[in-house]
Write a protein that binds this ligand. Structure first.
Ligand code: FAD
Length: 241
């Protein structure tokens, strides 16, 4: 498939930006004021990451497996070895629960009880199916772009053998929720007078300086996608201090 086509934003993304209805599955019972059901919030959390955890049950045994992903509209793509147990089981269309979590800070209260964390997390429910052909190629591109934008264009594309060794699943999002905590600790009124430091320790995921492969020819300059990482990590470290 030509890359121009792959880069076109999905039509599905623009068609359906309404809230997910609250159901017995996705309705947040514990601290519901932190809950969100709108696609804009949930998808911004998904799009801010590229690592998720997928949960599924096989013969009564739950598994929760970390893996990379890419999103396109109301679908999340997952990829891996054709021999992967996770992909084979999930590809049979069993119920799947996928989570993405961003840890934004340690919330240190005056009491042990009120310690908490600032976070943005999304929980997604749906069923997955294996995809092939152009959708499989586009999905691999999306996953790659989600991890490091621009890298796909710089590298050798997968050959037929590599494509055969790779399975791609599309998880159709049936429902979802997000939960977000921000701000300082919430101590009990009488504890605010205690002489104990309280506040938030911000936590940010920072990309380090790239380390060239020892086998890299000296003549090869750092590629554009990696330059992007360098500038981003500098921005983030400036921000952190
Ligand atoms: C970084 C981090 C650390 C946390 N640490 C703790 C901890 O130490 N102890 C603790 O009890 N809880 C912790 N939580 C909150 C935890 O994720 C649950 O929200 C909480 O435990 C309530 O669980 P429950 O089963 O009663 O949820 P319920 O409110 O009964 O869940 C019902 C539905 O709400 C939605 N939902 C629940 N939690 C989340 C979520 N986090 N994000 C998006 N949707 C959600 C799901 O769709 C779920 O099916 C943490 C969350 C994060 C992100």
């Amino acid at each position: 498939m030509v890359l121009r086509e792959m880069l076109k934003p999905s039509q599905r993304y623009f068609q359906n930006m309404n809230d997910f209805p609250k159901t017995a599955v996705n309705k947040i019972k514990r601290l519901p004021k932190r809950g969100h059901y709108d696609r804009a919030t949930i998808y911004s959390i998904l799009d801010a990451g590229f690592l998720c955890h997928v949960g599924f049950v096989v013969e009564g045994q739950p598994f929760v497996i970390p893996t990379a992903y890419g999103r396109d509209g109301d679908a999340i793509y997952l990829h891996g070895s054709s021999k992967s147990r996770t992909l084979t089981e999930m590809g049979a269309g069993i119920p799947v629960c996928l989570t993405v979590t961003h840890l934004d800070g340690l919330v240190l209260a005056r009491s042990a009880f009120h310690h908490s964390m600032n976070y943005r997390s999304a929980v997604v429910f749906g069923k997955a199916h294996e995809v092939s052909g152009e959708e499989k190629e586009r999905a691999l591109f999306l996953i790659s772009e989600n991890i490091l934008k621009g890298r796909w264009n710089e590298v050798r594309e997968p050959n037929e053998k590599e494509m055969r060794a790779t399975s791609v699943l599309r998880l159709d999002i049936e429902t979802a929720s997000a939960k977000i905590r921000t701000g300082p600790p919430g101590d009990d009124d009488e504890d605010y007078a205690l002489p104990i430091w309280a506040g938030v320790v911000p936590i940010t995921l920072v990309q380090g300086e790239p380390i060239a492969d020892p086998q890299l020819a000296e003549s090869i300059a750092i590629s554009e996608s990696v330059k992007g990482v360098v500038s981003k990590s500098r921005d983030k470290s400036l921000f952190a201090f």
